[in-house]
Design a binder for this molecule. Structure first.
Ligand code: AHG
Ligand code: MN
Ligand code: MN
Length: 319
């Protein structure tokens, strides 16, 4: 039993007090994201009941139109953020164009998000999640480098629900206590181990990878000291990497020359988190993805990240 454990709200307020001139805007914004993700979490938990509650496109027994979970999550995040008073514009993985808050609710932040990452895994009960990346409004420019991120994080809807974020002062993880309804600080100052045994890559694409990547994979197998793990849900594969160490790779391949993952929606938030947790993240060769100037809000980028020693070992095969 615990007596006092800080909640996410306590922690945010504590952090806010470190800045003399803080207006509370950032704390309000984070509270809005927290609320939306708690609602998404409760829907994810019920997703197995879809046959009872009604299939997508049908009307359930409560007379409500049943929405796909990823569409629901997107709508909830868009509506929450563009009405909370702190956001200038949002960019969602599910929406081709940015959405601007109405003038009367416009604020100083830009939020990029992937409302439900790994959504193809919903019906298999594998972990899925929400990813977010926050910038200050900078004129009309939505294409800022990842280094400009004010905060980034994810909420994983897994065997437990966890809210993990950084605002450039380390990474902290909060686990939802369903009986209380609060995220409680459970993983203070998360650090990726310097090296790990697990590699995580879609090996079905092996023939499409460059020679360096092929040689690296052959080396791992020849040594026989590694374990392969690939859920196919970035949130799940990276959450495991934060806890156990190892390496996650979604490199370029012959069919996907820029890889698959979106620079501003998936790559940069995780690169920021990984680096804040003492790990390493690279894009093509040893380019830091946080240093890429995006050309479009939905740009893609190769990404290799995780334990520092593992990423350095991978790099040695590219040279
Ligand atoms: P999303 O569900 O948001 O479209 O993202 C799926 C992504 C990511 O979560 C995962 O790492 C990757 O797709 C897996 O891609 P492959 O099936 O090509 O391995
Ligand atoms: Mn995604
Ligand atoms: Mn998605």
């Amino acid at each position: 039993m615990y007596t006092y454990v800080p909640t996410l709200t306590d922690y945010l307020l504590h952090e806010q007090r470190r800045f003399n001139n803080a207006s509370g805007s950032f704390t309000t914004l984070m509270a809005q994201i927290e609320n939306a993700t708690k609602i998404i979490a409760s829907h994810v938990k019920e997703s197995g009941l879809v046959d009872i509650l009604g299939k997508t496109g049908t009307v359930n027994s409560f007379g409500e139109e049943v929405q796909k979970l990823d569409e629901f999550s997107n709508k909830l995040m868009v509506e929450t953020l563009t009405n909370c008073g702190e956001v200038y514009a949002i960019v969602s993985e599910e929406v081709a164009e940015p959405v601007y808050s109405p003038k009367e609710h416009s604020g100083n932040y830009i939020v990029y998000f992937d409302p439900l990452d790994g959504s193809s895994n919903i019906d298999t009960n594998c972990p899925i999640g929400t990813i977010f990346s926050i910038y200050y409004k900078n004129g009309d420019n939505l294409l800022q480098k990842g280094f400009e991120q004010v905060a980034a994080g994810y909420v994983i809807y897994g065997s437990s629900v966890m809210f993990v974020y950084t605002c450039g002062n380390g990474v902290n993880g909060f686990t939802l206590d369903p009986s209380v309804g609060s995220f409680l600080l459970s993983h203070r100052n998360m650090i990726i181990p310097d090296s790990g045994k697990i590699y995580s890559i879609n090996e079905a694409y092996e023939n499409l990878y460059d020679d360096g990547t092929k040689k690296y994979l052959a080396h791992l197998k020849k040594e026989g000291k590694s374990k392969a793990r690939y859920v196919g849900s970035l949130i799940a594969d990276m959450h495991r990497t934060f806890i156990k160490g190892g390496i996650f790779l979604y490199p370029a391949d012959k069919k996907q020359p820029e890889g698959k993952l979106r620079l501003m929606l998936e790559v940069n938030p995780f690169a920021f988190l990984a680096q804040e947790a003492g790990g390493k993240a690279i894009s093509k060769l040893d380019k830091n993805p946080l240093d890429i100037v995006p050309k479009h809000i939905h740009d893609r980028s190769p990404i290799i990240m995780g334990s520092k020693d593992n990423v350095d070992e991978y790099l040695s095969f590219l040279k």
